[in-house]
Write a protein of this length. Structure first.
Length: 575
């Protein structure tokens, strides 16, 4: 795993806070920056220079909603997740964390939590008893429970001496048999005894600065926005009272010797590819092939695509569906026994009959994160082929980079259907001419309906409620299959783009097949692959180092395209 430095940790934390801010705003959940984060916003317009975490607070009713609803209303392939003592028996603290699950974080001296990654803290604010004696009794109970809880999850007592150290060890021996979340949940239950709404005093009572946290009950009645790093976030309007209670003269910097972080942790990126195949040892290592440097990142892309190929192979073998390596994948298998070193995708082809059969079974049998993408399964994608996508990844084409398309844009492999074409040249010319007209029309429809209209326009909102089908696309698909019931000499890959159609004699694909190595897999190719490649590439045996036909793909093997689109729409840097 790659270790994350403090600057990158801060960027991840701010990106988490940005998403939480948007989620709370959308769902009418009250929150405010708190503790050192609020102090940093007021005094530094960002982090306190020696700080390394982010804290927010919520009234108890809002906290309960947030903890219970966040995970349910966030796409499952998002990298953010709320963990708390409510949903994780290993979680020992009486507040919640919003964690980036693509990271792993280890805090020194604390019981490890399997789900822990770079996080922000979310603290509940509870009502306090109005009666002073009851309030004192409340604080005493909280203090006792926190001592027990701390003894259970603190693994190290090296900084303590004498009676305090002995007491800590005694408490640990007495109470550590409980599940880690037992005492946190007990504190939550006690904190909820007093109704937040209508309480004269409120506090982050079950964690924090103890009695210093006591605030007037109307603290959350009004809010302001404060600058924090490169964004604005919510804060209680009377932040002065809050900060003065906690820190006294909060605008005064502490002595230099106290300007140190109170946390002690290390963080790493989790680097597990979202695939279900075993890779050969060292497959992901950077290497030079044919004078071209294949980077580790490119190898990771290949691994995701090879995993997708295996899913295709399983369906084809199960249902006796014939397919072949096609285009650059066929060339790579023949010339390189794998990928062309500078290529970035896998292409396979099938006759239209096999293509229809494959799509029928793949739609039913592929399970998340694998996804069959056609116009039927993912309206507006209008690709003129089928793609198998990994929904946990990002593979956005250059042509789609600056468009707000919402269809699946995970890393993919392409499946091209071959359709019969008329034997007479003039008939083929007419077919292509008609297809080009329809091709242009269905792209215009897609762009206007799914992209050009403003997301908030009334027209768009109304249209999205109507099951609109792209009439031109389905007419185009029918036109491509016009000659499939006629025995013709040739067929072509006209569905994807009639302007750049590759035309083949049927005999080239009907004379049998052989299997060739493709990286650490096998892939079927036409036995007359030499002629097929000559039709497609001319003198295919000679080559120069080139680039992918896809151009500038936006690739991320560990981040869902949904996160990329979300960040792009909200004008954020992707992290």
């Amino acid at each position: 795993m790659k270790q994350i430095d403090i600057e990158e940790i801060r960027k991840i934390q701010v990106s988490i806070l940005s998403y939480v801010h948007d989620f709370c705003k959308k769902n009418y959940i009250r929150y405010s920056l708190s503790g050192g984060t609020l102090l940093g916003a007021v005094r530094h317009k960002g982090y306190i220079p020696w700080d390394d975490d982010i804290d927010i607070m919520m009234p108890r009713p809002d906290y309960e909603r947030f903890v219970n609803e966040f995970n349910e209303n966030t796409p499952e392939d998002f990298s953010l997740k709320v963990i708390s003592s409510y949903n994780d028996s290993q979680f020992f603290q009486p507040f919640a964390k919003v964690v980036n699950t693509k990271t792993f974080l280890k805090e020194t001296y604390k019981r490890p939590v399997a789900q822990m990654g770079v996080y922000i803290d979310v603290f509940p604010i509870d009502g306090l008893p109005n009666d002073e004696q009851k309030r004192e009794k409340y604080w005493n109970f909280i203090a006792r429970q926190k001592n027990i809880s701390t003894a259970v999850y603190e693994n190290d007592t090296s900084k303590e001496k004498g009676i305090k150290k002995a007491a800590r060890k005694f408490l640990y021996l007495m109470f550590s048999f409980r599940k880690a979340n037992f005492y946190a949940n007990k504190l939550h239950r006690y904190g909820k005894k007093n109704n937040f709404e209508g309480s004269k005093y409120i506090a982050n009572s079950i964690f924090g600065y103890h009695k210093k946290e006591t605030m007037p009950g109307n603290l959350f009645d009004s809010f302001v926005e404060l600058d924090f790093e490169d964004r604005k976030f919510m804060a209680v309007a009377d932040w002065n009272t809050y900060l003065a209670n906690l820190f006294g003269d909060y605008m005064k910097l502490p002595p230099v010797e106290q300007q140190v972080s109170k946390h002690d942790f290390e963080a790493w990126w989790r680097k597990k590819l979202p695939i279900n195949i075993d890779l050969p040892e060292n497959f992901l290592d950077e290497e030079i092939r044919c004078g071209y440097t294949v980077t580790k990142e490119q190898k990771e892309l290949w691994a995701v695509e090879l995993d997708l190929l295996v899913q295709v192979q399983k369906i084809c073998e199960k249902h006796d569906i014939k397919y072949f390596a096609y285009a650059g994948t066929l060339l790579g298998a023949v010339r390189h026994k794998g990928y062309i070193p500078w290529d970035d995708d896998i292409d396979i082809m099938m006759t239209r009959e096999n293509y229809i059969k494959f799509c029928k079974f793949a739609e039913k049998e592929l399970k998340y994160p694998y996804f069959l993408q056609t116009e039927k399964t993912d309206p507006s994608s209008i690709l003129g082929l089928a793609k198998i996508r990994n929904s946990k990844t990002t593979g956005i084409l250059k042509a789609h980079k600056n468009r707000n398309f919402k269809f699946n844009q995970g890393i993919f492999i392409d499946i091209f259907p071959l359709d019969n074409i008329p034997d007479r040249e003039e008939d083929f010319y007419k077919l292509k001419k008609n297809l080009m007209k329809l091709y242009s029309k269905f792209h215009i429809f897609r762009n206007r309906f799914h992209c050009d209209l403003n997301e908030n326009s009334v027209i768009k909102k109304l249209l999205l409620k109507i099951p609109v089908k792209n009439f031109y696309y389905f007419k185009y698909e029918r036109e491509c299959q016009k000659y499939n019931k006629i025995q013709t000499i040739k067929f072509a890959e006209i569905f994807h783009n009639p302007k750049t159609t590759a035309v083949f004699e049927r005999r080239l694909f009907e004379s049998g097949e052989i299997e060739l190595d493709f990286e650490f897999l096998k892939i079927p190719v036409p036995s007359k692959y030499n002629e097929v490649l000559t039709v497609h590439f001319g003198n295919w045996k000679e080559y120069i180092i080139g680039t992918s036909v896809h151009g500038e793909l936006i690739i991320d093997t560990n981040k869902s395209y949904k996160e990329y689109i979300f960040d792009k729409i909200n004008g954020r840097r992707c992290t």
